[in-house]
Structures are given as C-alpha cells and as structure tokens.
Design a protein around this ligand. Structure first.
Ligand SMILES: Nc1nc2c(ncn2[C@@H]2O[C@H](COP(=O)(O)OP(=O)(O)OP(=O)(O)O)[C@@H](O)[C@H]2O)c(=O)[nH]1
Ligand SMILES: [Mg+2]
Length: 228
C-alpha cells in the first residue's frame, strides 16, 4: 500500500474512532476532502522571477498575466471545473463577484470592473484543464522588498483568512541564490507554518537560459548552480 493510501486509511479509521464527536467528524471529513482533492501548489518568488510563465507552462495555456497588468499583483487560484469562470474575492469581506474575462491572442484578460488590484484579496479562475484536475495552482505576486517581514508577507499572500494552510507545497522561484531568498526559504519552514500542515518547498532556479548573460553554455552553468 502506498504511503498516501496508508494515510487515507488512517483518516477513514479515525472516523470510526471519533464517531461520537460531531466536531471531530467534521474536521476529519474536511481533511479527507482536501486529501482526495488536487494538490495545492503555490508559486512564489521575487518580482519577475518567472512565476506566471511557469504557471502557464504547467497548464499549457496563457492563463496568468505576465509582465504588466494589474492582475500580476493579486494572488490567483487556478482550479479545474466544468465551466470557465473567474471570481473576485474583495478584501473588504463583501461577497465574491463574477468577473468578465476574454482571451486576447490566447492570453486570458480579466476585467476587474470598477475595482483596483489593491481591493481584491484573490482571484479564482476555474478552467477545465487536465493539469488542474491533479494540481490546483496558486500564482502569487512577486515579493519585491528585502525587509525582515518578507517571509511574513509572503505567507499573507498564501494564507487568505478563510482558508487555513491553503498550500500543500510551494515552488519557490529564484534567478540567482541571494541571502534574502535563503531567509525566505527558511521562513517557509517556520514552525508556525509547519503545523498542523507541513508546507513543502521546492526551490526552482528560474529563467535559467539567462544565466551567464545568456551564453550558449548558460544551461550548463545553471545545472552547476542548481547542484551547488
Ligand atoms: N529568457 C527567459 N525569460 C523568461 C523566462 N520565464 C519568464 N521570462 C520572462 O520574464 C518576464 C517576467 O515573467 P513573469 O512570468 O511575468 O514573472 P512573474 O514572476 O510572474 O512576475 P510578477 O508576477 O510581476 O512578479 C517576462 O518578460 C517573461 O517573458 C525564462 O525561462 N527565460
Ligand atoms: Mg506574475
């Protein structure tokens, strides 16, 4: 039996152990639902690290805005579903609203209506997609400051209030290895995040073709840096 089957087995057994406690059953039910659902992977990193480009490459469609546009500043969830839908969750706690969208040469353009990016807590894009059936992807805004609070801020992006521990794993993109990236990576393993649901982080050396000023051997250099 695989490790995940064993873990699922423990959850199912615990349902009978806690049969007398409706509260416990509710929590176990939620955990089971999350366990059976797609893995939630957040893509984080500094500004222009290539997060949205990677997200689009994983899905195989240009869903996330790259380069410019207000939407790069908003945490955006990409989920599988039967219909194409974009929902905006306002920061002021008011009800989520459906947003208009269209495709411009394949790229998804979301109309925020009369809202500014700073007023939107998160966007949820539901898109029928084979990749998204297995993975829910969360594109996060670039982290642009190197202050002490960077780690905390990154987690604010990943931790909208109504969803406890939203990401199962984090892909952390970096173009070079900086001390600030290392501090941030350490923050992802912070105790407060590690419980009750450990967040795993994979560091990705991004825009690797540009390393070494884009010389022909840049991919070989990237491989060496990644190994180190
Ligand atoms: N050469 C090269 N350029 C890349 C690569 N990935 C992304 N880019 C370019 O880098 C720029 C930024 O890419 P984005 O995907 O928007 O980066 P981001 O991290 O989402 O940026 P923000 O959301 O604004 O922080 C764009 O011009 C991309 O075309 C890559 O692997 N190689
Ligand atoms: Mg982006």
């Amino acid at each position: 039996m695989s490790l995940s089957d064993q873990a699922r087995d423990v959850l199912v057994k615990s349902e009978s152990v806690f049969a007398a406690s409706p509260e416990a059953l509710e929590s176990i039910g939620e955990i089971l639902k999350r366990f059976d659902g797609p893995l939630r992977v957040a893509i984080a990193g500094k500004v222009k690290a290539g997060k949205s480009t990677l997200m689009n490459a994983l899905v195989g469609e240009r869903l996330a805005a790259t380069d410019v546009g207000e939407c790069t500043k908003i945490v955006t969830w990409y989920l599988d579903g039967h219909t194409y839908q974009v929902m905006l969750y306002p920061k002021d706690g008011s009800e989520a609203a459906q947003a208009r969208f269209h495709r411009d040469e394949g790229a998804l353009e979301i109309d925020l209506g009369n809202r500014s990016a700073s007023e939107v807590e998160r966007i949820e894009v539901t898109w029928p997609s084979k990749t998204l059936r297995e993975l829910t992807l969360i594109d996060t805004p670039g982290i642009d400051s190197l202050t002490e609070s960077v780690g905390t801020r990154a987690f604010e992006f990943l931790d909208p209030e109504d969803r406890a521990t939203p990401a199962d794993a984090v892909l952390y993109l970096m173009r070079h290895i900086h001390g600030s990236d290392l501090r941030l990576l350490e923050a992802f393993h912070d105790d407060s995040m590690a419980e009750p649901n450990p967040v795993n982080t994979v560091a990705v050396l991004s825009r690797a073709d540009e390393i070494g000023a884009g010389r022909l051997d840049s991919m070989a250099s990237s491989r060496r840096i990644a190994r180190a």
